[in-house]
Design a protein. Structure first.
Length: 314
């Protein structure tokens, strides 16, 4: 189920074993996975998927052949394919590029270093020559694959709604941290969720924020919410959301406006937090929050909904 194959590539590097990296380079006719989707094949290593079962076994055969001889492959399934008996149920045409990547490959080392340092990079390769970096120019016959930092989620709160947001975030592939200022020393039993007990400003400074960081404030405590907003709004986080009733938002934001917070930044606050899906149960709220963050990542329409004093009194 992994969408990001870098963990599999890191595993191969640590195990000092080469892998076959397969990249979906073209999709025509509405395939199940978008261009840029990848799979990794190696000795005891398998990550990703292209179609949910239509072509994976055949891709695996080519991938392991690539591991044996080192020669890159370009595969076509659907119209124009040399294997007309292998069809996607959706009727799509897809193209896949397979390359052998050794554990000592310099481009692989840069890719994994950039992941650790949260730097976006581009992978350019024709299967024989490959480069990875920021300003890398492609050449004829090379594929280009962009890698962003792993999305990060910071959740402030302690109640079931905050726990549900954090848990679903971790399950959705976010590097997730739950922050409970002065909370219990024992973290809640949430798989894949880190835990901190410090104040909002200290927590965000320790975790770090960037354009790929989302912050969900769901404490149900007005003072703590305000502290979290004061720390989150000036940060580099690409998303800041605040849980709470729409009719109280202007009142809650008034002190921030009085302190001189830029209106442009306040207007970027997503409040009430999440997509309007109608549900208020913890998992429904969590679904709306993660859905909104993912929608923004994929550039879908999801406008901030800060209530200004003017709108509040209308």
């Amino acid at each position: 189920m992994a969408d990001d194959v870098r963990s599999a590539l890191r595993q191969a590097q640590q195990r000092k074993t080469p892998v076959a990296l397969a990249t979906l380079t073209s999709v025509e006719g509405g395939g199940p996975r978008p261009p840029g989707t990848q799979m990794v094949f190696g000795d005891g290593i398998l990550a990703g998927y292209f179609s949910g079962g239509c072509v994976e076994s055949d891709v695996a055969d080519h991938a392991f052949a690539c591991l044996e001889d080192g020669a890159p492959r370009r595969l076509v399934y659907g119209e124009g394919s040399p294997w007309p008996d292998i069809q996607l149920l959706c009727g799509a045409r897809i193209e896949i590029f397979i390359e052998r990547v050794g554990q000592d490959d310099a481009a692989l080392a840069e890719l994994l270093a950039a992941e650790q340092e949260r730097r976006p990079v581009v992978w350019v390769s024709d299967g024989v020559k490959r480069l990875c970096g920021v300003n890398v120019e492609a050449w004829d016959g090379a594929i280009v694959q962009a890698y962003d930092p792993v999305p990060r989620l910071v959740v402030f709160g302690a109640d079931p709604t905050a726990l549900a947001i954090a848990s679903l975030g971790a399950q959705s592939g976010f590097e997730t941290t739950l922050v409970r200022p002065k909370g219990p020393e024992t973290p809640p039993p949430l798989l894949g969720v880190a835990y901190r007990r410090d104040e909002p400003s200290a927590a965000l400074a320790a975790i770090g924020t960037d354009a790929w960081t989302a912050i969900a404030i769901a404490t149900h405590n007005l003072d703590l919410d305000r502290e979290a907003l004061v720390a989150a709004l000036p940060s580099a986080a690409g998303y800041v959301g605040l849980l709470g009733a729409r009719k109280r938002l202007a009142e809650r934001l008034a002190p921030l406006r009085a302190e001189g917070f830029p209106e442009a930044r306040l207007q970027q606050l997503h409040a009430p937090i999440g997509l309007d899906i109608g549900g208020k149960a913890p998992w429904e709220v969590a679904l709306s929050v993660i859905g909104e963050i993912v929608a923004l990542r994929h550039a879908r329409t999801s406008e901030p909904r800060v209530v200004t004093p003017k709108r509040e009194t209308a």
